[in-house]
Design a protein around this ligand. Structure first.
Ligand SMILES: C[S@@+](CC[C@H](N)C(=O)[O-])C[C@H]1O[C@@H](n2cnc3c(N)ncnc32)[C@H](O)[C@@H]1O
Length: 381
């Protein structure tokens, strides 16, 4: 990685962070599992193309099983599938560019080489994560994601500007942490305003991809991706499925001179243990990723400086709700708010229904939206 200060996002790998916190392992075992996980994700990136081809082949086989008379009624079926195959091949090229960089992207960790485990079919779970990561490019780094970012990121940025006005403080002295930073756009936008900002992310899918955008893309809309080819339902027109999206919509290297902007890799709760160290913690679509949301609140309380603020926007779609054998504490916003207050936070701003989307496909017949909670909570002096 190049030196930060050239607009490069520095990535620090927190050793052993991936391994399940609740089952303590020896450092060697943690290291081995981490390595295995790393290569499993690389493998998922590598297998993407063949996975999509298999899916398209299945559609073709099913079509071919129809009576000829019905097949004749859909003269474009084969050519539409061929277009999807071409788009999948293109996506695979982009994914390959992303992984090419990934073994050397961490500042303090070497991942060696994969050795014997090449091209084992990826699990459906991992492949779904990769497809979601591809859609995340739209949300964070495309023109098409602009309205979504306005709804999700702008309210957070507005509060930072309000609480730490640039005419009353030196923004570079204000430390903002963005846990669960995804592809890094919110953290980057905060750094663009001159604040010192660190994004933190746990998923290798996101880390590889944000590394690529932040460090390897310097020309506006130089790349294209086909994020919607995985969606076979709710297309108004066949061409909607093969619609390209261009990225990045901005030059990520356009950060102000000598920015203090970095990304860390690892579990937010394991990395951030130092008391009273952040002026602001900004969480966007993040707090519901917890096994135990109360732990997250405790960590945020602990790491905020007295007088510091926690800005949150997002729903409460508990990520572990339907996963067997995983701890998942699900509470309503009403109960969560009581916990926040009982910790000692002062809720200074609150809106209960901020309408947003998450990686929405504007052309789809189905669009989900969230009525998010939004608040600013202060840890008193
Ligand atoms: C729903 S996504 C939101 C991403 C981004 N904030 C946005 O609004 O687009 C939640 C993110 O949190 C990350 N995450 C989940 N648990 C985490 C943890 N314990 N530490 C750091 N990141 C975590 C996930 O990998 C995922 O990228």
């Amino acid at each position: 990685m190049q030196e930060p200060g050239n607009g490069e996002a520095e990535v620090n790998e927190e050793f052993g962070s991936y391994s399940a916190r609740r089952q303590r392992k020896s450092p060697e075992e943690e290291e081995r599992l981490e390595m295995e996980h790393f290569w499993k994700i690389i493998n998922t990136f590598t297998c993407y193309g063949s996975h999509i081809h298999e899916r398209v082949n299945r559609a073709e086989r099913q079509f071919m099983s129809l009576p000829k008379s019905q097949q004749n009624m859909l003269p474009n079926f084969h050519s539409n599938l061929d277009r999807i195959r071409k788009c999948a091949d293109h996506n695979q090229e982009i994914l390959q560019l992303i992984v090419n960089d990934s073994t050397c992207m961490f500042e303090n960790k070497e991942y060696g080489n994969n050795g014997h485990k090449k091209n084992i079919p990826a699990s459906t779970f991992d492949m779904d994560k990769l497809k979601s990561t591809i859609k995340q490019f739209v949300r964070d780094w495309s023109e098409e994601g602009k309205s979504e970012r306005e709804a999700c990121y702008q309210p957070i940025i507005n509060e930072i500007l309000k609480y730490f006005p640039k005419d009353k403080c030196d923004p570079s002295q204000i430390n903002v942490l963005v846990p669960g930073a995804g592809l890094g756009r919110l953290a980057w936008e905060i750094a663009m305003h001159g604040y010192s900002c660190q994004g933190n992310e746990w998923s290798f899918f996101m880390l590889f991809s944000s590394n690529f955008v932040l460090n390897r893309c310097s020309q506006i809309n130089a790349f294209k991706i086909y994020p919607w080819i995985h969606q076979f339902s709710n297309n108004v027109k066949s061409v909607d499925q093969v619609r390209p999206v261009y990225f990045p919509d901005v030059n990520p290297h356009d950060l102000p001179y000598n920015p203090n902007f970095s990304m860390t890799a690892g579990d937010f709760q394991e990395i951030y243990t130092e008391n009273n160290s952040w002026d602001c913690v900004a969480t966007c679509f993040f707090i519901d990723t917890a096994h135990n949301i109360l732990d997250y609140i405790e960590t945020i309380w602990k790491i905020l400086k007295p007088g510091g603020i926690w800005i949150n926007l997002g729903p409460l779609l508990y990520h572990f709700e339907n996963l067997a054998n995983e701890l998942s504490i699900e509470v309503s916003y009403e109960d969560l708010k009581n916990v926040i207050i009982r910790h000692g936070f002062l809720i200074e701003v609150e809106r209960e229904s901020v309408r947003t989307t998450y990686t929405v496909n504007h052309f789809s017949m189905m669009k989900n939206f969230y009525d998010c909670i939004f608040f600013v909570a202060r840890k008193p002096e």
